[in-house]
Design a protein around this ligand. Structure first.
Ligand SMILES: NC(=O)c1ccc[n+]([C@@H]2O[C@H](COP(=O)([O-])OP(=O)(O)OC[C@H]3O[C@@H](n4cnc5c(N)ncnc54)[C@H](O)[C@@H]3O)[C@@H](O)[C@H]2O)c1
Length: 361
């Protein structure tokens, strides 16, 4: 079992990572939330179908209610938020109650937002079930979507703890493994060259991902995210580096229609786009881009972009990015692996990078 402590200005909390670690949850709850009244588990329908009994042991000592949400992005809506709050009120959860989010990033975002708003904020524990959630469960960003934009209604709200039971990952579909591992690769690229070198050497296929490597990847990813969030909890500075690959990636994800492509695959395309831009700025980066792309293709990432997604559409979406300045998007680029910085990029350079990406199929 591994343990990482996240120390933000607003809260310090443990992330417990490993196999068969859920037994620790009961003890944590009784020592850390002594006045606990009731528990609301928020879970998506697919995780409930496969792992619905995973938290059954909580019922031996507590009154536990389950809210089963739709899977994926559909759960992060105002309607579902309203349904969860109504359910919690009906079950008479009070200020001493606890919300447990059992699922991937979508459930983590929804349940965290519920916890942050119910009676002005109640306790919250995340039990992530996807690889991508090594990223989303740490750092306290919780949100639901508005029809005019993703994550537009949200908070910074840190959990009491994260219990990352890695046995859940055994049932994760391959495309979700690939999606989550893109964020692991991102963490290495923005913060740690030796982590990146290890990934380059040992990560040759997702079907042969062994327990030791997976645990190392998730722990190191969480440490990197944690160390950035500790310095900049509310994203006024370096937390923006976590958006490496996300400006172009989000544009593809949004233009394709949310849920059509996985978040991580779009971020992976966005990272190649940002690496191309870094090189065009004269940065050496310390890697051959073609070699990197070859590795990524071998890992099964689909880098193709539909011809229906024109550059103009993607450009428009990129200029709406929160990092834009005066109509020009700002990108997280790399001087070298582990050395990110923000840089404004003009239209023509973005078009050249977009053209490069379209040659990669
Ligand atoms: N808060 C943050 O800091 C942050 C960071 C990154 C991403 N996010 C958010 O996270 C979401 C994406 O997260 P995600 O990729 O985990 O997606 P997800 O929660 O939608 O889960 C992906 C799919 O995998 C299924 N699933 C989950 N666990 C499973 C398991 N163990 N076995 C089988 N199937 C399983 C789910 O039912 C779903 O269909 C997005 O909404 C994104 O905005 C938030």
């Amino acid at each position: 079992m591994e343990r990482v402590t996240i120390k933000t200005p607003s809260k310090q909390y443990p992330v417990v990572i490993g196999y068969d670690i859920l037994t620790e949850l009961n003890e944590f709850i009784s020592t850390s939330i002594p006045k606990l009244s009731k528990i609301l588990v928020v879970v998506d329908e697919e995780v409930h179908r496969i792992h619905g009994d995973a938290l059954k042991f909580l019922q031996e000592t507590h009154e536990v209610h389950y809210f089963v949400a739709p899977r994926g992005e559909q759960s992060k809506s105002l309607n579902i938020f309203d349904e969860v709050i109504s359910y919690a009120l009906t079950k008479q959860l009070d200020r001493n109650s606890l919300v447990v989010g059992l699922g991937g990033g979508a459930i983590g975002d929804l349940s965290g937002f519920v916890a942050s708003t119910y009676m002005r904020g109640i306790s919250f524990i995340q039990v992530p079930t996807t690889i991508l959630a090594h990223d989303s469960a740490v750092g306290g960003k919780v949100a639901i979507n508005h029809s005019l934009g993703k994550n537009m209604i949200g908070h910074f709200y840190q959990p009491e703890a994260v219990f990352y039971e890695l046995n859940f990952l055994k049932t994760l579909p391959q495309e979700e493994v690939r999606s989550g591992m893109a964020e692991v690769i991102k963490h290495a690229l923005i913060a740690d060259n030796s982590f990146y070198e290890t990934l380059r050497k040992k990560l040759t296929s997702f079907s042969t991902l062994d327990k030791e490597l997976l645990t190392y990847c998730l722990k190191r990813g969480i440490e990197i995210k944690g160390s950035i969030v500790e310095k900049d909890e509310r994203e006024t500075g370096i937390r923006a580096f976590l958006n490496f690959g996300h400006t172009y990636g989000h544009a593809i994800e949004s233009a394709s229609g949310y849920g059509k492509r996985t978040h991580g695959e779009c971020v992976m395309i966005g990272m190649i786009f940002a690496l191309f831009l870094s090189m065009k700025q004269g940065e050496e980066i310390g890697m051959e881009l073609e070699e990197f792309v070859g590795w990524i293709k071998n890992l099964g990432y689909n880098l193709a972009i539909s011809e229906d997604l024109s550059f103009d559409v993607l450009f428009e979406l990129m200029t709406r990015d929160k990092k834009s300045e005066g109509g020009s998007p700002r990108f997280v680029l790399l001087r070298e692996v582990g050395k990110p910085y923000l840089h404004k990029i003009d239209h023509d350079m973005l078009k050249a990078a977009d053209q490069y990406i379209r040659t990669l199929v």
